[in-house]
Design a protein around this ligand. Sequence first.
Ligand code: AMP
Length: 186
Amino acid sequence: MKLLIMGPPGVGKGTQAGRIRDYFDIAHLSTGDILRSEIEARSSIGTEANTYMNTGRLVPDEVLLKIVQERITKPDCVKGYLLDGFPRTIPQAEGLEKIMTDLDHKLAAVISLTADEDELVNRLVKRGQDSGRSDDTPEIIRNRQNIYWEQTAPLLDFYRSKGVLRDVDGLGKIAEITDRILNVLK
Ligand code: AMP
């Protein structure tokens, strides 16, 4: 089972990714996590990535494509994988398509978790108040939501046109949302 998961900040993407990984016994590959461990290991990829991540910019597509190409051929991906945080750009999506075709991997579905923006903003504002994070103001949160939809909309269209996009309502109880995801994968 080869999957992608996308969702705006605050929708609970990480939680659902973990549950899907456990359900199908597949690898959960978060490109943000992979890049952070490369930085920690002080590898050449990590050093290059750090200069972009420091300033919140996207790491170049070639770097991500190389990482993903290597990662999805590792033994823990034989049963399948769930890519999280990737692709973020159309060239990444096109590159992934080529890599998967060459490896004879078939993309089963792209899960797009959706939620009402006001609801997400309220949730994140509350989380910010509880944890005392000063950057969780409604304006900054709304800005992050806008960036997500602006960046991701072309990718959703890309996958919708290929007939693999599955929209899933991301609001509700954790287990309910997992059930909805599993239902659209049937
Ligand atoms: P994340 O943990 O997914 O929010 O990613 C943290 C940072 O890693 C991002 O702000 C980017 O700088 C970088 N990153 C993660 N995934 C990608 C990607 N697919 N393309 C480019 N940069 C990425």
